[in-house]
Write a protein that binds this ligand. Sequence first.
Ligand SMILES: Cc1cc2nc3c(=O)[nH]c(=O)nc-3n(C[C@H](O)[C@H](O)[C@H](O)COP(=O)(O)OP(=O)(O)OC[C@H]3O[C@@H](n4cnc5c(N)ncnc54)[C@H](O)[C@@H]3O)c2cc1C
Length: 456
Amino acid sequence: MNFTPPVLVVGAGPTGLVAALTLLQNGIPVRIIDKEPNPNIGQRGPAIWPRSLDLFSFLNVPEINDLGKPFPVIRSYQPGTLELMKEYPMVPHIEPTPAIPFYVAKFIGQQLLDVILRRHLEKFSCSVEMDTELRSFEQSDESVTAVLEKNGMLETFNTKWLIGADGAKGIVRKQLGLTFLGETRDDALMITGDIRLTCVGLDRSYWHQFGYFKERGLSIRPTDEVGEDGWQFLIFGGDVDLTKAAQSEELVLEIITSLIPTEITFTKVIWMSEFRTNIRMVNKFSEGRVFVAGGIVHSPTGGQGLNSGVQDVFNLGWKLALVEKGLADKSLLETYNAERLPVISEMLEMTTTILNQTLKTGNISTTRSPILFMLGINCRFSDIVLDEFVIPGKPVNAYWRESDVKTLFGLYRPWYHTVLVFAPSHTDATLTLGALEAYDKSIVRSVVIPAFIFIR
Ligand SMILES: Cc1cc2nc3c(=O)[nH]c(=O)nc-3n(C[C@H](O)[C@H](O)[C@H](O)COP(=O)(O)OP(=O)(O)OC[C@H]3O[C@@H](n4cnc5c(N)ncnc54)[C@H](O)[C@@H]3O)c2cc1C
């Protein structure tokens, strides 16, 4: 490679791909690598919450919302029968409004989401270098030197910044010596996977749950992404040897057969894996020129992991672009830690509460709170935000806000900053607009908002 991109992104899951896309849209070239020879498969974490749909729309990736499917209604059954016990929505349906244009959470498998993001990278002539593993790195005040292994050969790569989006077991967090405190929950072991099967009498427009979370339970959610008879399954419960079952398709099919009392035709297990719930987070997200994104593991009950990872890295991406272009001081990057750590810590508390409730009651049949939509996440407490609405002495919660106003979404893009000038009329804004003339128009744009709009 003759030209050296200033950023190395390690890991091409959703977090790494969003990191690369944000930087590329801001005109910063990146090199993105993944140690696996082929892209990851599987539905894995498919819930995309409204805040992330906002983010993907902002990033010009409308396909996530367009191809994603609204959450199906859940049906649970009397044990050992197909007699309906309960029918309920996983999340309440709330109609979109101008202030919240994406109010309907969507399901899209991680595999498809990754494909879509990779296509967007290609528009910038960027593709993921597969089979390329970060082995170690060193940093100085000016640069980062990474040792990569590709096809059995070692390569030394010098760059200016490194983003570790290398997942829960990643090397970047470990090599930075960050703590990863928390707990491993052996009481919340499960198997997840994608399967193709047909069940007589089971309606594909619903998400079905059988048995009990604590003892022996099964959830199957229809997904056409893996075939017209495709489902994502989750098996849980202390009465099943899940570690053993995760190694054997035969045992998994046996468990499914024992829990769905109807005629089943199996076509194929596409992918499956054991999932051990860990609840941990890093103590900080960066050290010098190296950053981690998605530096958490948590219970999947709240479906916040992928969503948090992509939101982390977007927060970092635009800041890194400004610093790399020489338009902002390096200290701006410190706000990445300050703004994201409280969000992640609150999220972890919330998903753990949901997990504990699920374990206590033994059933997963509860409608989730809209707090999971992540629309309340804010940075009002950040050092770079001047918030004159804050009541002194009253802490600002990082995960929830009460209200929003009109739609401004169409004005924003990740690669420029929008200055909102509130004034009674355009003429009254002349002085401010004149001062803004000094800035590069490709980076700073302004909009005059007539003040009367906000008079209630
Ligand atoms: C059952 C289940 C349900 C879930 N449900 C949801 C949900 O509904 N919503 C949600 O938001 N989240 C959910 N999650 C969590 C979500 O799947 C993860 O948070 C998400 O995969 C994290 O994405 P990522 O890009 O950060 O990491 P990953 O997807 O783990 O990607 C990391 C990548 O880094 C690569 N890599 C690792 N080390 C190196 C190295 N040294 N060099 C190069 N490459 C490397 C790996 O090969 C991998 O491709 C769920 C998880 C499970 C298991």
